[in-house]
Design a protein around this ligand. Structure first.
Ligand code: FPP
Length: 249
């Protein structure tokens, strides 16, 4: 069995190998359901454990110098889950805002939301808007919550707004389209981490992640701890990011 001392030691060992940390980290928090099922618990218990884990990973991101953390909390496709799971996830976001907002604010966390507001109930919408307002001056780290988010819906919404604004087609640039996305103003993600073992983006930041590094681990999200995140950062440090160019050796 690993002890606290072991895990601290391995953390220190890993830290020496971290030579680069993503400025913007995106996480696909997968495996909550399987984590719960493996323990004979309902899926929602897995989501609750998943929420607790966000705090632990957020704090470690601050320690390591990550400036933007985007978490995939509810996708536009997640509406197709059983109704009690959907309403449970909605309730969980409301409860989390209610319980954590003051503390996150005191710790300098700025909260942003990426996703469609339509479809989210009015009370939760107000809680989200309030969380953005309360934390808008914080700059220690941005926690960008992708909720009711879909990458294709995001591009579609951006194009609709661009057309509504009467933009001439020849004036449209990649930078302009980026600025119309829900993430407008944020830098593109440098690293996308997916827990739970799958190797796909699942409609997450599909425009923004064009040049992001990708890392996946079989570990379920509630078990993905500081050491696991450091392993992802070690792997990120080893990657050579060329952005389509040939680098001179
Ligand atoms: C996937 O696990 C996880 C999600 C549906 C999103 C992650 C949600 C949370 C961490 C909790 C909600 C977050 C907030 C901020 C309210 P899964 O259910 O697909 O797991 P499985 O693949 O094992 O079934």
């Amino acid at each position: 069995m690993s002890t606290q001392a072991d895990s601290t030691l391995s953390n220190v060992d890993l830290a020496a190998e971290i030579t680069a940390v993503p400025h913007h980290l995106g996480i696909i928090m997968d495996g909550n359901g399987r984590w719960a099922q493996a323990r004979g618990m309902p899926r929602l218990a897995g989501h609750r454990a998943g929420v607790d884990n966000i705090r632990r990973i957020l704090e470690h991101c601050v320690q390591r110098g990550v400036k933007v953390l985007t978490i995939y909390a509810f996708s536009t496709e997640n509406w197709q889950r059983p109704p009690d799971e959907v309403s449970g996830l909605m309730r969980l976001l409301g409860l989390t805002i209610q319980r954590q907002l003051n503390d996150l604010d005191r710790n300098g966390v700025r909260i942003l939301h990426s996703g469609r507001m339509e479809g989210i109930n009015k009370h939760l919408q107000k809680q989200i808007v309030n969380a953005l307002e309360v934390t808008k001056h914080n700059d220690r780290i941005i926690l960008n919550v992708a909720f009711n988010y879909g990458g294709r819906a995001e591009i579609l919404d951006a194009v609709r707004h661009i057309i509504q604004d009467g933009t001439a087609p020849e004036l449209l640039t990649e930078e302009m389209l980026s600025s119309y996305l829900y993430t407008g103003g944020l830098p593109d993600p440098d690293l996308i981490v997916r827990t739970g073992g799958e190797w796909r983006l699942s409609n997450f930041l599909i425009w923004q992640a064009a040049y992001a590094e990708y890392y996946t681990t079989p570990t379920y999200w509630p078990d993905f701890d500081e050491v696991e995140l450091d392993k992802a950062f070690v792997e990120f440090s080893r990657r050579e990011r060329r952005f389509g160019r040939v680098l001179n050796k």
